[in-house]
Design a binder for this molecule. Structure first.
Ligand code: MN
Length: 289
Protein backbone atom coordinates (compact mmCIF):
# COMPACT_ATOMS: atom_id res chain seq x y z
CA UNK A 1 0.00 0.00 0.00
CA UNK A 2 1.31 3.43 -0.97
CA UNK A 3 1.16 5.99 1.84
CA UNK A 4 1.07 9.43 0.21
CA UNK A 5 2.55 12.22 2.32
CA UNK A 6 0.45 15.04 3.74
CA UNK A 7 2.03 18.47 3.72
CA UNK A 8 1.96 19.95 7.20
CA UNK A 9 3.02 23.54 7.88
CA UNK A 10 4.87 23.81 11.15
CA UNK A 11 3.73 26.87 13.03
CA UNK A 12 5.63 29.22 15.27
CA UNK A 13 9.01 30.49 14.18
CA UNK A 14 9.72 27.35 12.14
CA UNK A 15 8.68 28.41 8.67
CA UNK A 16 8.85 24.97 7.14
CA UNK A 17 6.57 22.49 5.49
CA UNK A 18 7.06 18.84 6.37
CA UNK A 19 5.75 15.81 4.52
CA UNK A 20 4.09 13.40 6.92
CA UNK A 21 3.50 9.73 6.08
CA UNK A 22 2.79 8.43 9.60
CA UNK A 23 0.34 8.43 11.19
CA UNK A 24 -1.68 7.75 8.05
CA UNK A 25 -5.44 7.30 8.13
CA UNK A 26 -5.14 3.62 7.20
CA UNK A 27 -1.79 2.71 8.74
CA UNK A 28 -0.99 4.44 12.01
CA UNK A 29 2.13 2.49 13.00
CA UNK A 30 4.82 0.31 11.42
CA UNK A 31 6.19 -1.75 14.28
CA UNK A 32 6.53 0.86 17.01
CA UNK A 33 7.34 3.60 14.45
CA UNK A 34 4.42 5.99 14.93
CA UNK A 35 5.45 9.26 13.30
CA UNK A 36 7.39 10.00 10.10
CA UNK A 37 8.08 13.58 8.95
CA UNK A 38 10.35 14.25 5.96
CA UNK A 39 11.62 17.78 5.28
CA UNK A 40 13.89 19.52 2.78
CA UNK A 41 16.35 19.76 1.19
CA UNK A 42 15.72 23.42 1.80
CA UNK A 43 17.84 26.41 2.77
CA UNK A 44 15.85 27.34 5.82
CA UNK A 45 16.44 28.17 9.44
CA UNK A 46 14.63 25.58 11.50
CA UNK A 47 13.75 26.78 14.97
CA UNK A 48 11.78 24.58 17.34
CA UNK A 49 11.80 26.20 20.81
CA UNK A 50 11.40 24.21 24.05
CA UNK A 51 8.50 21.77 23.93
CA UNK A 52 7.62 18.57 25.81
CA UNK A 53 7.27 14.90 24.91
CA UNK A 54 5.96 11.82 26.72
CA UNK A 55 5.70 8.13 25.90
CA UNK A 56 8.02 8.03 22.86
CA UNK A 57 11.55 8.12 21.52
CA UNK A 58 12.53 10.71 18.92
CA UNK A 59 14.92 9.66 16.15
CA UNK A 60 16.53 12.66 14.47
CA UNK A 61 18.21 11.64 11.20
CA UNK A 62 19.72 14.08 8.74
CA UNK A 63 20.59 13.65 5.07
CA UNK A 64 22.28 17.07 4.95
CA UNK A 65 22.69 20.08 7.22
CA UNK A 66 23.12 20.24 10.99
CA UNK A 67 20.78 20.55 13.97
CA UNK A 68 21.63 21.45 17.54
CA UNK A 69 19.65 19.67 20.24
CA UNK A 70 19.23 20.78 23.83
CA UNK A 71 17.09 19.16 26.51
CA UNK A 72 16.02 19.31 30.13
CA UNK A 73 18.58 16.63 31.08
CA UNK A 74 21.31 19.11 30.13
CA UNK A 75 22.22 17.45 26.83
CA UNK A 76 23.73 19.71 24.15
CA UNK A 77 24.41 17.78 20.96
CA UNK A 78 24.82 18.68 17.32
CA UNK A 79 23.72 16.05 14.82
CA UNK A 80 24.90 15.76 11.20
CA UNK A 81 24.11 13.51 8.25
CA UNK A 82 24.68 9.87 9.07
CA UNK A 83 24.59 10.40 12.84
CA UNK A 84 21.77 9.63 15.24
CA UNK A 85 20.23 11.72 17.99
CA UNK A 86 17.95 9.43 19.99
CA UNK A 87 15.90 10.98 22.77
CA UNK A 88 13.83 8.82 25.09
CA UNK A 89 11.02 10.94 26.48
CA UNK A 90 9.61 8.26 28.77
CA UNK A 91 7.64 9.93 31.57
CA UNK A 92 8.59 13.40 30.34
CA UNK A 93 11.30 15.59 28.81
CA UNK A 94 11.55 19.01 27.18
CA UNK A 95 13.86 19.80 24.26
CA UNK A 96 14.63 22.32 21.53
CA UNK A 97 16.13 22.00 18.06
CA UNK A 98 17.73 24.64 15.84
CA UNK A 99 19.39 24.24 12.47
CA UNK A 100 23.02 25.36 12.26
CA UNK A 101 25.35 26.25 9.41
CA UNK A 102 24.54 27.07 5.80
CA UNK A 103 24.03 23.66 4.21
CA UNK A 104 20.50 22.90 3.03
CA UNK A 105 18.49 21.10 5.67
CA UNK A 106 17.25 17.65 4.67
CA UNK A 107 16.13 15.03 7.12
CA UNK A 108 13.51 13.02 8.88
CA UNK A 109 11.96 13.29 12.31
CA UNK A 110 10.76 9.89 13.46
CA UNK A 111 9.01 8.82 16.62
CA UNK A 112 9.00 5.39 18.19
CA UNK A 113 6.13 4.65 20.57
CA UNK A 114 7.28 3.20 23.88
CA UNK A 115 5.27 0.15 24.87
CA UNK A 116 3.21 0.20 28.06
CA UNK A 117 6.02 -1.49 29.97
CA UNK A 118 8.51 1.30 29.19
CA UNK A 119 6.52 4.42 28.48
CA UNK A 120 6.82 5.84 32.00
CA UNK A 121 10.56 5.21 32.26
CA UNK A 122 12.98 7.97 33.16
CA UNK A 123 14.03 10.15 30.21
CA UNK A 124 17.34 9.69 28.40
CA UNK A 125 19.39 10.93 25.48
CA UNK A 126 21.96 9.22 23.23
CA UNK A 127 24.09 10.36 20.32
CA UNK A 128 25.68 7.86 17.93
CA UNK A 129 28.18 8.72 15.20
CA UNK A 130 29.63 5.23 14.86
CA UNK A 131 26.69 3.27 13.47
CA UNK A 132 27.35 0.00 11.64
CA UNK A 133 27.68 0.04 7.85
CA UNK A 134 27.28 -2.88 5.51
CA UNK A 135 27.08 -3.46 1.78
CA UNK A 136 24.41 -5.61 0.17
CA UNK A 137 25.00 -6.00 -3.56
CA UNK A 138 25.44 -2.44 -4.85
CA UNK A 139 23.65 -0.83 -1.89
CA UNK A 140 25.37 0.80 1.10
CA UNK A 141 23.41 0.41 4.32
CA UNK A 142 23.75 2.18 7.66
CA UNK A 143 21.87 0.63 10.58
CA UNK A 144 20.20 3.41 12.57
CA UNK A 145 18.40 1.25 15.13
CA UNK A 146 17.98 -2.48 15.61
CA UNK A 147 19.61 -5.41 13.84
CA UNK A 148 19.86 -5.58 10.06
CA UNK A 149 21.52 -8.51 8.24
CA UNK A 150 23.56 -9.26 11.38
CA UNK A 151 24.72 -5.67 11.98
CA UNK A 152 23.44 -4.28 15.28
CA UNK A 153 23.03 -0.59 16.04
CA UNK A 154 24.20 0.40 19.54
CA UNK A 155 21.13 2.65 19.95
CA UNK A 156 18.85 1.58 22.81
CA UNK A 157 15.30 0.78 21.74
CA UNK A 158 12.58 -0.98 23.70
CA UNK A 159 10.70 -3.13 21.19
CA UNK A 160 11.75 -5.33 18.24
CA UNK A 161 12.49 -2.62 15.70
CA UNK A 162 14.74 -1.76 12.78
CA UNK A 163 15.62 1.42 10.90
CA UNK A 164 18.17 1.43 8.05
CA UNK A 165 19.35 4.10 5.62
CA UNK A 166 20.04 2.44 2.27
CA UNK A 167 21.90 4.21 -0.53
CA UNK A 168 20.82 2.63 -3.80
CA UNK A 169 22.83 2.24 -6.99
CA UNK A 170 20.45 0.14 -9.07
CA UNK A 171 18.60 -2.91 -7.85
CA UNK A 172 19.04 -4.61 -4.48
CA UNK A 173 17.29 -7.39 -2.61
CA UNK A 174 17.13 -6.51 1.08
CA UNK A 175 16.64 -9.26 3.67
CA UNK A 176 13.54 -8.96 5.88
CA UNK A 177 12.39 -10.71 9.02
CA UNK A 178 8.95 -12.32 8.48
CA UNK A 179 7.89 -11.42 12.05
CA UNK A 180 8.27 -7.72 11.22
CA UNK A 181 6.08 -5.40 9.20
CA UNK A 182 7.99 -2.90 7.03
CA UNK A 183 7.76 0.31 5.08
CA UNK A 184 10.13 1.99 2.61
CA UNK A 185 10.36 5.79 2.59
CA UNK A 186 11.82 7.37 -0.58
CA UNK A 187 13.85 10.33 0.67
CA UNK A 188 16.00 11.45 -2.29
CA UNK A 189 14.06 10.40 -5.38
CA UNK A 190 11.31 8.08 -6.59
CA UNK A 191 12.18 4.39 -6.31
CA UNK A 192 10.58 1.11 -7.27
CA UNK A 193 9.68 -1.26 -4.45
CA UNK A 194 9.00 -4.60 -6.11
CA UNK A 195 6.52 -3.53 -8.82
CA UNK A 196 5.33 -0.37 -7.07
CA UNK A 197 6.48 3.12 -7.98
CA UNK A 198 7.11 5.12 -4.80
CA UNK A 199 7.37 8.89 -5.38
CA UNK A 200 9.87 10.90 -3.38
CA UNK A 201 8.55 11.57 0.17
CA UNK A 202 6.00 8.76 -0.11
CA UNK A 203 6.20 5.51 1.80
CA UNK A 204 5.37 2.03 0.58
CA UNK A 205 3.86 -0.15 3.33
CA UNK A 206 4.91 -3.78 2.86
CA UNK A 207 3.00 -5.58 5.62
CA UNK A 208 4.64 -8.59 7.28
CA UNK A 209 5.57 -12.16 6.41
CA UNK A 210 8.11 -11.46 3.64
CA UNK A 211 11.74 -12.57 3.81
CA UNK A 212 13.07 -10.04 1.29
CA UNK A 213 12.14 -6.98 -0.76
CA UNK A 214 13.59 -5.77 -4.04
CA UNK A 215 14.20 -2.03 -4.29
CA UNK A 216 15.43 -0.31 -7.46
CA UNK A 217 16.60 3.25 -7.93
CA UNK A 218 19.29 5.69 -6.94
CA UNK A 219 19.72 7.84 -3.86
CA UNK A 220 18.64 7.05 -0.35
CA UNK A 221 15.67 5.25 1.16
CA UNK A 222 14.77 4.48 4.74
CA UNK A 223 13.68 0.96 5.58
CA UNK A 224 11.57 1.01 8.76
CA UNK A 225 10.21 -2.11 10.41
CA UNK A 226 9.26 -3.83 13.60
CA UNK A 227 6.97 -6.32 15.25
CA UNK A 228 3.41 -5.06 14.83
CA UNK A 229 2.45 -3.05 17.88
CA UNK A 230 -0.21 -4.75 20.00
CA UNK A 231 -1.28 -1.55 21.78
CA UNK A 232 -3.66 1.22 20.74
CA UNK A 233 -2.01 4.63 20.96
CA UNK A 234 -3.43 8.02 21.74
CA UNK A 235 -1.27 10.58 19.94
CA UNK A 236 -1.95 14.26 20.56
CA UNK A 237 0.47 17.14 19.91
CA UNK A 238 3.86 15.94 21.19
CA UNK A 239 2.45 13.29 23.47
CA UNK A 240 1.96 9.56 23.01
CA UNK A 241 -0.34 8.15 25.68
CA UNK A 242 -3.27 5.81 26.16
CA UNK A 243 -6.05 7.92 27.71
CA UNK A 244 -7.56 11.39 27.51
CA UNK A 245 -6.92 11.92 31.23
CA UNK A 246 -3.20 11.37 31.02
CA UNK A 247 -2.84 13.58 27.93
CA UNK A 248 -4.83 16.29 29.69
CA UNK A 249 -2.61 15.98 32.76
CA UNK A 250 0.60 16.18 30.70
CA UNK A 251 -0.74 19.26 28.91
CA UNK A 252 -1.62 20.98 32.18
CA UNK A 253 1.78 20.13 33.66
CA UNK A 254 3.57 21.61 30.63
CA UNK A 255 1.43 24.74 30.73
CA UNK A 256 2.02 25.26 34.46
CA UNK A 257 5.79 24.71 34.26
CA UNK A 258 5.61 21.56 36.39
CA UNK A 259 8.91 19.85 37.16
CA UNK A 260 7.83 16.75 35.23
CA UNK A 261 9.35 18.27 32.09
CA UNK A 262 11.98 20.59 33.55
CA UNK A 263 13.62 23.43 31.66
CA UNK A 264 15.73 23.09 28.54
CA UNK A 265 19.21 23.87 29.83
CA UNK A 266 20.85 26.81 28.04
CA UNK A 267 17.80 27.78 25.98
CA UNK A 268 16.37 31.24 26.63
CA UNK A 269 13.64 31.26 23.97
CA UNK A 270 10.03 31.15 25.19
CA UNK A 271 8.62 27.63 25.39
CA UNK A 272 6.00 26.51 22.87
CA UNK A 273 2.51 26.68 24.37
CA UNK A 274 0.33 23.59 24.04
CA UNK A 275 -2.70 23.92 21.76
CA UNK A 276 -6.17 23.69 23.29
CA UNK A 277 -7.54 20.20 23.74
CA UNK A 278 -10.52 19.34 21.55
CA UNK A 279 -13.88 19.58 23.29
CA UNK A 280 -14.58 15.88 22.70
CA UNK A 281 -12.60 13.25 24.59
CA UNK A 282 -9.51 11.93 22.82
CA UNK A 283 -9.57 8.20 22.16
CA UNK A 284 -6.79 5.70 21.50
CA UNK A 285 -6.70 4.38 17.94
CA UNK A 286 -5.86 0.92 16.62
CA UNK A 287 -2.72 0.67 14.50
CA UNK A 288 -4.73 0.09 11.31
CA UNK A 289 -8.30 0.36 10.10
MN1 MN B 1 10.34 17.37 19.61
Amino acid sequence: MLLEPREVPLGGPRAMTVRRTLPHKQIRTVGAWCFVDHYGPESVHMSVPPHPHIGLQTVSWLLSGEIEHRDSLGSLQRVRAGELNLMTAGVGIAHSEYSMGDDPLHGVQLWVALTDEYRNMIAGFEHHHDLPDLTIGTADCRVIVGDFAGALSPAQVYSPLVGVEVTLAGSVVLPLSPQFEYAVLAVDDAVDVQDHRVPRAAMQYLGWGATSVEVTGSGRILLLGGEPLAEDLLMWWNFVGRSHTEIQQAREQWESGDGRFGDVVGDTLPRLPAPALPTVALKPRPSRR
